[in-house]
Design a binder for this molecule. Structure first.
Ligand SMILES: *Cc1c(COP(=O)(O)O)cnc(C)c1O
Length: 367
């Protein structure tokens, strides 16, 4: 038996739409699926606009650029995230400022954000890590009081909400990724959701070489080619039509894991704040902090039984190109966690088998 961490869910619907897009001849970035995808995803999030782009990293960069972020500016981000969160800030010439996280949600700690604000701070960008929402009420309150704009990195949290309000709608804009292992995929792809029509137009201009909408081949500034293709959007439209099914199935998978190993001594699974309605991009298993040294052994023993796991992200501030940060909670968390097989096609029987192996391996870790 072999259980990978992740694989996309592709049905006849995805195949039909992509085949239709290919047959239409509109294989680049014109064609009907782009508009359908953007309209559908804006509706899914509850925003007025959605601007699709080539991937999530470019989406982060483009919204920062459209807001005029550049050298001399600081952007506050949590230290515990995928590296693209920091890199997108770096591309603009601004400085990423890494702050610590909360031990339960694994998202940016509001106090740490507040303490890191300087006169140069322009943006705070919480990340809804592994599908659990960041505490947006508190973050927005602090940001408003201090005159800072809020962006959300929602790359791992399609469909998550806080007291019924979707992630991506709490600040100036929300940014999503549709990479192959994300909750919804377009192969590669990204999107920015927002309400401001002027900012949406600015994003559309910048993603398409900044070509004048009224004068073909005239460019007032340096733009980018960050467009999504009609083929990608066709895949996305099919995924979007199945979004509820995909998200609910992933919640069901988590409930199976929780039933089977939620009470196991020495580990814990994804936590949930009482104000949050998370989604389960990845199933997370954390060893007790004092047993974190056994993680390598845990991963190897599970791999030997055909169960793939991945270690949590390293702190971004420990990478050679960034400045080190004092973020002890991020440090402890990143050393103690792994992601478990989390994909749509898992059956209840699969999860029972995986959990059986986990019980045995965990029981034997110190023997
Ligand atoms: C996946 C991811 C991104 C980047 O998205 P790509 O589409 O892969 O460029 C950004 N931030 C986070 C938190 C992610 O998980």
């Amino acid at each position: 038996m072999h259980f990978p961490i992740s694989k996309p869910t592709i049905t006849e619907r995805e195949k039909d739409y992509v085949a239709d897009a290919v047959s239409s001849g509109w294989v680049s970035s014109q064609g009907t699926y782009i508009q359908r995808f953007e309209d559908g995803f804006a509706r899914f999030c509850g925003t007025k606009h959605c601007v699709s782009v080539s991937n999530g990293t470019n989406a982060l960069f483009l919204i920062l650029k459209a807001l005029g972020i550049g050298p001399g500016d600081e952007v506050i981000i949590p230290d515990f995230s995928f590296i693209a969160t920091a890199n997108a800030v770096e591309y603009t010439g601004a400085t990423p400022v890494f702050v610590d996280i909360d031990d339960d949600t694994l998202c940016m700690a509001p106090d740490a954000f507040n303490a890191a604000v300087t006169v140069r701070t322009r943006i705070v960008m919480p990340v809804h890590i592994y599908g659990h929402p960041a505490p947006m009420n508190e973050i927005v309150e602090i940001a408003d009081a201090r005159g800072i704009s809020v962006l959300e990195d929602c790359a791992e949290a399609h469909g998550a909400s806080i007291r019924g309000r979707s992630v991506g709608t709490w600040g100036t804009a929300g940014v999503f990724s549709f990479y192959g292992n994300k909750i919804l995929t377009t192969g590669e792809g990204g999107a920015i959701v927002l309400d401001d029509p002027v900012l949406a137009d600015r994003l559309r201009l910048l993603r398409d070489h900044a070509m004048s909408p009224t004068r073909r081949y005239w460019h007032e500034e340096v733009g980018y080619n960050f467009r999504m293709t009609n083929l990608q959007a066709a895949l996305g439209v099919a995924q979007l039509e199945r979004a509820k099914e995909i998200i609910e199935k992933k919640r069901l998978i988590f409930s199976w894991y929780a039933r089977e190993i939620g009470d196991l001594q020495g580990i814990r699974l994804n936590q949930k704040a009482d104000w949050a309605e998370p989604v389960y991009w990845m199933i997370c298993l954390e060893l007790d902090t004092r047993k974190a040294g056994l993680r390598q052994r845990l991963m190897a023993d599970l791999m030997a039984r055909g169960i793939e796991t991945r270690p949590y992200f390293y702190r971004m501030s420990t990478m050679p190109m960034y400045e080190t940060a004092d973020t002890p909670i991020s440090q402890a968390v990143s050393a103690r966690g792994v992601n478990l097989p989390s994909y749509f096609d898992l059956t209840e029987q699969d999860v029972i088998e995986i959990c059986c192996a986990i019980r045995e391996v965990v029981a034997c870790l110190e023997c």
